[in-house]
Write a protein that binds this ligand. Sequence first.
Ligand code: AMP
Length: 386
Amino acid sequence: MNDAPLYPGATLGVLGGGQLGAMFAAAALRMGYRVAVWDPDSDAPAHRVAGLSFTKSFSDAIAAQEFTRSVSAVTLEWENVPAALCEQLAERHPVRPSGAVLRVIQDRIEQKQFLQARGFPVPSFRIVEAPHRLADAVNELGGSVICKTATSGYDGKGQWTIRHPAETAGVEAALGAMVPRGARWIVESRVNFERELSVLVVRGQDGDQRVYPVVENRHEGGILRLSTAPARIAGVVSEQARDLAMRAVRALNGVGVFCVELFHTRTGALLINEIAPRPHNSGHYTLDACSVSQFEQQVRALCGLPLGEVRLLSAAAMVNVIGQDLEAVTSSQGCRDLLATPGAVLHLYGKRVARPGRKMGHVTFLADQAEQAEARASLFEKSLRS
Ligand code: AMP
């Protein structure tokens, strides 16, 4: 496998063609690369910016050969692409992050055990191998818990909150009815957090690391709604969070862009919720507010080039445009009001169908202070609800 740096003019492959793939492709194109996008959904946003599009299933051997011939390096925009495909592609090209990293991250149980075994703080958890074992796990943990499918869950999908043991039977039935044989679940204590934080870490092949300012996040129904950068936390907490995130990515031996999601508890502790091995929704603000965005960093790390500066040029708050929010943003008055707001930057992903819970775009509000950016973001968010 040729590991030499790749310079503009080379063709970069990305597995997955959602908005993250599209924003990666846009950054790569701007820097003079060509991009091949592989996503079985021919309507996926990144196909619109791709120089080459692959739409066969990820298990199609001929498509894999063609893709291999077309690209010089491969990255991904979604952790649930087949790790085996990444390993196969890695026989010929750099694949960053690697299939080995994906194998740890794709399964919530593997990921939690990996982190716990290395001394990283995570919420208390139990593994559930069959639906009828759920009650034991809930009782052992005590208190309010969240049950999550070990694989394939995202944006709050495949998660059940159990606040009282009496709710266990209903969730047990749901597990039995909904998921295939051999599925596993993880049950976690529900963390009484003060706030949710995330930290973007970029790591190069040579181990060089860059870490962005800590971001504060608010979720609704398991989906990210609002991110504010920088987080309004004490400097010492911010340093602890950044240090924790950098150590976790180093432990994974990850190369590329990683987002470490954290809970900051009411007692002041930091716990790792999960790690995404790719640019993250909470890092979209870097497109408009930082000297080098998370997507450009993904290009740099993939190509074995010097990593970019992570300097915050402006405070920012980002609001996701989810499902039917799109109507408000594209209506004549809503669009005019938004664009008349100082510091507002609109990003829409070009998805044709606005299903509930689907991320259709985001808006970043730039301002001198995080409070001001967040105030504008909150006003916008309220306008979506009215
Ligand atoms: P996840 O898919 O695991 O990132 O979960 C989505 C969201 O659900 C998180 O960002 C939290 O808002 C919430 N959540 C997940 N796990 C926990 C937990 N153990 N305690 C409290 N809230 C959680």
